[in-house]
Design a protein. Structure first.
Ligand code: HEM
Length: 290
């Protein structure tokens, strides 16, 4: 996917040059995953516009302080997305040999009598959009803010571009875009000195684990050369993030090319964090590019 990703990124960078008041969340960090997930699901390019808003509305109720209006918005977004998916899937069913995107493959699989029920298929599509969108937007957005906040680390990256790989791992550790994980205890177990009974629902503090001084020397230091860096930004075990390779690639290409193209990049306003517990990122990053 590197080639098509680089093309998407370069087009967005080109658009930024003509924007009088660029916001690097809306116009860049948030726009890249929409295109990537759109490609993965085989959503036609001119039908992608609602994807970001649906994803944000569906994810909002994952927060503990969700209100009734946000819950309704989430439900409405699911209904609208399913309506859209019904039409998209019907179109793909008509041409069973067309396309190698994920929906086309799952539809073909179903046709062969092995696949998912319609509801399972909708769930997979909605899940993929949500899993891959806001998380990656925030990886890129958090990375931009961190490099602006720590110009010494940006200078290191400029001097040694291959550091982008460890830099992205450090962004995922230092400002974990997904702060909380979830598990249900299947058999009672001792965790440290706590006994957890079967069926206990556990919320895991990924962001806290990633600053554990027993694992990470000087944990509050942002150090793009940090290695080893066994962060839990993508979770762990058999349910480790299925999209981690594409997420890493998006982060690497997006950040590297942005700072190469705009070496004088500055933020023009203090960035405002989106104050959610699960997703860590910025509402906007207003920038002056040169
Ligand atoms: C920086 C970006 C991303 C972060 C921080 C992230 C983080 C996570 C985390 C913490 C989990 C839960 C893992 C666990 O329970 O142990 C997860 C699961 C998952 N993610 Fe990601 N993710 C990212 C991007 C993506 C992308 C781009 C995709 C798809 C294209 C994706 C697809 C998935 C899927 C399918 C799962 C469920 C895996 C399973 O339950 O077996 N993620 N992700």
């Amino acid at each position: 996917m590197r080639w098509s990703l680089t093309e998407i990124v370069d087009n967005l960078l080109q658009n930024l040059t003509t924007s009088s008041d660029p916001d690097l969340v809306a116009d860049y960090a948030g726009a890249i995953p929409v295109e990537i997930i759109g490609n993965l699901l085989g959503v036609p390019a001119d039908e992608r516009e609602p994807l970001r808003a649906w994803s944000l509305a569906i994810l909002r109720p994952l927060e503990v302080d969700t209100n009734a209006v946000q819950l309704q918005d989430g439900d409405r977004a699911v209904t609208e997305f399913i309506d859209y998916l019904e039409r998209l899937i019907a179109m793909k069913q008509k041409s069973l040999d067309g396309g190698d995107d994920i929906i086309a493959r799952l539809v073909k699989w179903r046709h062969e009598g092995r696949g998912l029920t319609p509801n399972e298929l909708y769930h997979q599509c909605i899940f993929l959009l949500n899993a891959g969108h806001e998380t990656t937007t925030n990886l890129i957005g958090n990375g931009i803010e961190l490099f602006v906040r720590f110009p010494g680390e940006l200078a290191k990256l400029r001097a040694e571009p291959s550091l982008i790989n460890t830099a992205v791992e450090e962004i995922l550790r230092y400002e974990s875009s997904n702060q909380l994980g979830n598990r249900t205890v299947t058999n009672s177990v001792m965790l440290g000195d706590k006994k957890l009974d079967k069926d206990t629902i556990v919320t895991i503090g990924i962001g806290a684990a990633n600053r554990d001084p027993k694992i990470f020397p000087d944990p509050n230091k942002f150090d793009i050369t940090r290695a080893p860096n066994p962060h839990l930004g993508f979770g762990a075990g058999i349910h480790t993030c299925a999209g981690l390779s594409v997420a890493r690639l998006e982060g690497q290409v997006a950040l590297q090319r942005l700072f190469q193209r705009f070496p004088e990049l500055e933020l023009t306003k203090a960035p405002i964090r989106d104050r959610r517990a699960r997703f860590r990122g910025f509402l906007s990053l207003d920038a002056k590019l040169n």
